[in-house]
Design a protein around this ligand. Structure first.
Ligand code: ADP
Ligand code: MG
Length: 436
């Protein structure tokens, strides 16, 4: 399980939280972890609940839940385990409940997906079916899916709704195949997945290249869809871009509505941070939020963990998060200081070296193909890595208009989705730029 988690979390968080917990016991299919202190417990429950339960599920299909107790709570736990487990703040409930439509920040990058998710939650089976939401890591897909789950649970208590990630789906299927001699057990798979009013399947890109799973999903899909049951999928890319996905599945994924979530811009990142801070009663100055939003990339999960670091730092030194200095201090080892040294010029230098082209030409006006490509890639990378006004980038490139920069950015961004070579080049270049 640790191994699973270490692949999902950054090393600092891993050392800070996971290493501070130890398995305590298993009771009623719940894994009880013992944490050294309250802070570790809260951190894990608020930030990594999902990672923990996913890791658990993928290692051990018998255990389905994680519960964390602190040293102080051990005795009480022993004495009254039952009430403890039923406590309202049971790990899983807590973890899932925080994902709802109200806690989601709606912005231009996700309005379409948000509205579609809401429409589906309000009238399961009768609006878009299936609903397919796709977008990059940490952009809120799972958040929207669980919001649908929670909404349906609350507002249509008679409906059977299931949220599963694709790993669980695969594991359940493997279990059912393994136990296929036992008719009852393989029926368990059918009962679980086909006897539903709302079926939510997260991260279907993991089903690529898994033939038997695709087969099972195909039949599950058909059965539910024919009965007008609502199906919702998420993936990190559009159906047509999932490699090795059977054509018949990918076409079914697109039957209803396919919506994407784009990365949040700086304004949206600030709004998200503000909401997160507020929900944790963490008083933090706008300048700090702005700093974090500008220094981080677009992954909202990453954004949250940076905010968490600032919060922790402030609580350790017992000072409010009221100034830029505090934020800088809190994050000085964390945000690679290389970021400070990355400039428009350094990005262009790296791109020119990479493609072996002359810098003056790339900045200049010539429009030959061998120059246009590196130029557009450089423009894209600058908008992606730095937070500088498009007009300033235009100025740097011989006074081009800001719309030219916008066009280059969008072009590269779109092309990356289908052009694997370009995608690799971009990721190589990013590494080179950041690790200088
Ligand atoms: P994905 O499933 O797309 O990888 P998640 O839904 O797990 O991403 O989101 C990662 C984290 O970021 C979650 O804690 C989620 O609550 C938060 N998050 C993402 N987008 C938003 C948003 N628009 N508003 C509020 N929180 C968000
Ligand atoms: Mg997700």
């Amino acid at each position: 399980m640790k191994k699973q988690l270490s692949s999902k979390m950054n090393s600092v968080s891993f050392a800070m939280w996971v290493e501070k917990c130890s398995p305590y016991c298993i009771k009623d299919n719940v894994l009880i972890l013992l944490s050294k202190n309250e802070l570790t417990k809260t951190q894990i429950s608020t930030l990594y609940a999902e990672d923990f339960s996913n890791a658990l599920k993928s290692c051990n299909s018998v255990l389905s839940e994680v519960c964390i107790i602190t040293e102080d709570e051990k005795d009480a736990f022993e004495n009254d385990r039952q009430t403890d487990l039923n406590k309202e703040n049971s790990f899983k409930d807590n973890a899932i409940k925080k994902y709802n439509f109200d806690s989601f920040v709606v912005a231009p990058c996700n309005t379409f997906a948000f509205n579609a998710a809401r429409a589906v939650a309000e009238a399961p089976g009768s609006s878009f079916n299936p609903l397919f939401i796709y977008g990059g890591v940490g952009l809120g897909k799972t958040h929207l899916l669980l919001s649908i789950y929670n909404y349906v649970k609350t507002n249509f208590p008679q409906m059977k709704v299931l949220y599963a990630n694709s790993e669980t789906f695969v594991n359940d299927l493997i279990d059912s195949i393994r136990n296929s001699k036992d008719a009852l057990l393989s029926r368990a798979f059918r009962d679980k997945y086909r006897n539903l009013d709302v079926f939510i399947l997260d991260d279907v890109q993991f089903l690529s290249n898994k033939d038997s799973t695709q087969e099972a999903l195909f039949h599950t899909f058909n059965e539910l869809h024919q009965q007008g049951k609502q199906i919702i999928f998420s993936s990190d890319r559009a159906p047509k871009d999932i490699v090795y996905l059977e054509e018949r599945l990918s076409s079914r994924f697109s039957w209803g509505l396919v919506v994407d979530i784009q990365p949040p811009d700086v304004e949206t990142r600030i709004a998200i941070l503000r909401k997160k801070a507020l929900s944790q009663n963490f008083v933090v100055d706008d300048s700090v939020l702005k700093f974090i939003a500008e220094k981080s990339n677009s992954n909202v999960r990453e954004l949250e963990s940076i905010l968490q670091r600032v919060k922790l730092y402030c609580s350790l030194i017992n000072k409010p998060a009221d100034s830029l200095e505090i934020a800088k201090e809190a994050l000085k080892d964390f945000l690679s200081d290389s970021l400070e040294r990355v400039t428009i010029d350094s990005i262009v230098n790296t791109v020119c070296n990479y493609f072996g082209v002359n810098k003056a030409d790339v900045i200049g006006k010539k429009k030959t193909k061998d120059l246009v490509e590196p130029r557009q890639i450089a423009m894209f990378l600058i908008t992606d890595i730095l937070t500088v006004p498009l007009a300033s980038i235009g100025n740097y490139f011989s006074g081009r208009d800001h719309t030219t920069i916008m066009h280059a950015r969008d072009k590269v961004f779109t092309e990356m989705k289908t052009n694997t070579k370009l995608k690799l080049q971009i990721s190589d270049l990013k590494d080179m730029i950041m690790n200088k």
